[in-house]
Write a protein that binds this ligand. Structure first.
Ligand SMILES: Nc1ncnc2c1ncn2[C@@H]1O[C@H](COP(=O)(O)OP(=O)(O)OP(=O)(O)O)[C@@H](O)[C@H]1O
Ligand SMILES: [Mg+2]
Length: 460
């Protein structure tokens, strides 16, 4: 029970001793209530035999008994106990009352209390004593006994016990409720740590910061933070390696491209050689693109949070990107247009934002059929800037729309590409606190790539 829950286990640890305490104190209260009720009952019985005994007298040489009402009124109670008495002179001569009431052995003039059963099996509590009567040289010993059933005594025990028990059970319940609430409240920092860790994506490697952390939890959070720091270090080393490798590859690749170009210019009419050189040229260009994209991805992944908080003039940046791509659009006979809102500033890194837009427009131009249309549209949202790259090309099938964000995944093979463009776009958007979504265009034609970015005014 509760094996998986810290709160449950702590409650259990508290409930056990508290329940033991309440049981013990309940038993003590029960004993005390019994003692008090017995005392009251015994006193009433003793008073009763005394009152009866006092009223026994000689009457014309005989012993006469008058049972005073006060002797029996003592036992009046809502429980209406049955009361029995027996007054007997020497030689078991019954003077009053009922002979069924058993008398104990060794009755003396010292009042004596005893418990017994009547013939019908009812349990009674009784008191008895011997009254000595003297008259002109005669002595008479009269035994007086009074008994009662124990209904009022039991009721008294319960009346005395009830408030005590109520208080103890209430204490137990209140303690449980307060401890439960207290634990829930005190465990909140731990839940915050959980939320902080659970909501992170793989690239969020900042240490966990929780404002009010208990001393007991600090070592755990510190250990997690140390682990995060080590993971961050590891990831940074890997990114640095990719970045360095891409850098190192760029120069020899540029040289290779130039040399192949030179060789192609000088080629003689040897067709196989010319074909080989053309192939080498194509491969080296592909390799260059791949290297550049890997470098860009590494840059996007390793961008420091501070560098992605620049003020970027989105409209001017997009206009610049479109200018660079206009020749490509023309070569593909695509109508490239823009509807840009002026004065739209976003928070981010200028070079990375430009790479983001370039990749999206490049995709639209690359995959849309000649004669198609590509439009870049910007708009101000609540605290967001919304960029839409709209084309009327083939679009991306629903099942591939999530997968295109995986590295090296390509949905079509009819155009050249590395499959890194959209992963780069998403990495940059996430780094800058934005989102990217793909959906079909109007009437299910083409693709609309929507990027939401934080407006500059939203952070200052
Ligand atoms: N506007 C678009 N219209 C149709 N298909 C698209 C569009 N944009 C992307 N795609 C599909 O998504 C795939 C992944 O795109 P992504 O930009 O990641 O890689 P790529 O364009 O193939 O290569 P890279 O951009 O790295 O040179 C593409 O291969 C293409 O099939
Ligand atoms: Mg692409």
């Amino acid at each position: 029970m509760f094996s998986g829950s810290l709160r449950g286990r702590l409650l259990w640890w508290l409930l056990l001793p508290l329940a033991a305490f309440v049981s013990i104190s309940g038993m003590i209260s029960y004993r005390n209530a019994q003692t008090t009720a017995d005392l009251v009952q015994n006193n009433a019985l003793l008073s009763s035999i005394r009152i009866i005994g006092e009223d026994i007298d000689w009457d014309n040489g005989n012993v006469s008994v008058q049972i005073p009402p006060a002797a029996l009124e003592l036992f009046e109670s809502p429980e209406q106990d049955s009361v029995f008495y027996r007054v007997e002179a020497s030689g078991h001569r019954l003077l009053a009352g009922s002979p069924e009431l058993p008398l104990p052995r060794g009755v003396s003039d010292v009042p004596m209390l005893y418990s017994t059963h009547l013939e019908d099996g009812r349990a009674v509590r009784a008191a008895t004593y011997v009254r000595q009567l003297y008259d002109s040289g005669r002595t008479e010993e009269v035994v007086v006994a009074v008994a009662k059933t124990e209904g009022s005594r039991d009721a008294m025990v319960w009346r005395l016990l009830r408030p005590q028990l109520f208080g103890e059970v209430l204490t137990l319940v209140l303690a449980m409720v307060f401890v439960y609430l207290g634990l829930t409240f005190e465990l909140r920092p731990l839940m915050k740590v959980k939320d902080d860790v659970a909501d992170r994506n793989a690239s969020q490697l900042e240490p966990i910061r929780v404002a009010r952390l208990h001393v007991e939890l600090r070592p755990i959070v510190e250990a997690i933070n140390q682990c995060i720091a080590r993971m961050g270090q590891q990831a940074a080393t890997q990114r640095q390696f990719i970045s360095d490798a891409a850098h190192q590859l760029r120069t020899p690749l540029a040289l290779l491209v130039a040399q192949i170009q030179f060789a192609r210019q000088r080629e003689n009419r040897d067709a196989p050689l010319s074909e080989a050189l053309a192939g080498m040229h194509k491969s080296s260009r592909k390799l260059t693109t791949l290297t550049n994209k890997l470098l860009l991805l590494a840059q996007a992944e390793s961008a420091a949070p501070s560098s992605t908080r620049e003020r970027v003039d989105l409209s001017a940046l997009i206009a610049g990107v479109l200018e660079e791509l206009i020749a490509f659009a023309q070569s593909r006979e695509i109508d490239l247009g823009a509807e840009l809102e002026d004065g739209l500033y976003v928070t981010g890194d200028e070079a990375l934002t430009a790479a983001l837009v370039t990749n999206l427009v490049d995709n639209a131009l690359r995959y849309t059929q000649p004669g198609g249309r590509v439009t870049v549209h910007t708009q101000r949202g609540n605290d967001r800037a919304i960029v839409r790259v709209i084309d009327n090309g083939p679009g991306i099938k629903a099942e591939a729309r999530v997968r295109v964000f995986e590295r090296f995944y390509r949905a079509s093979s009819h155009a050249d590409g590395t499959g890194l463009g959209l992963p780069i776009v998403r990495e940059i958007a996430c780094r800058q606190g934005g989102t990217v979504t793909l959906e079909p265009g109007e009437g299910g034609v083409g693709l609309v790539a929507t990027v939401e970015m934080r407006l500059w005014s939203a952070v200052v």
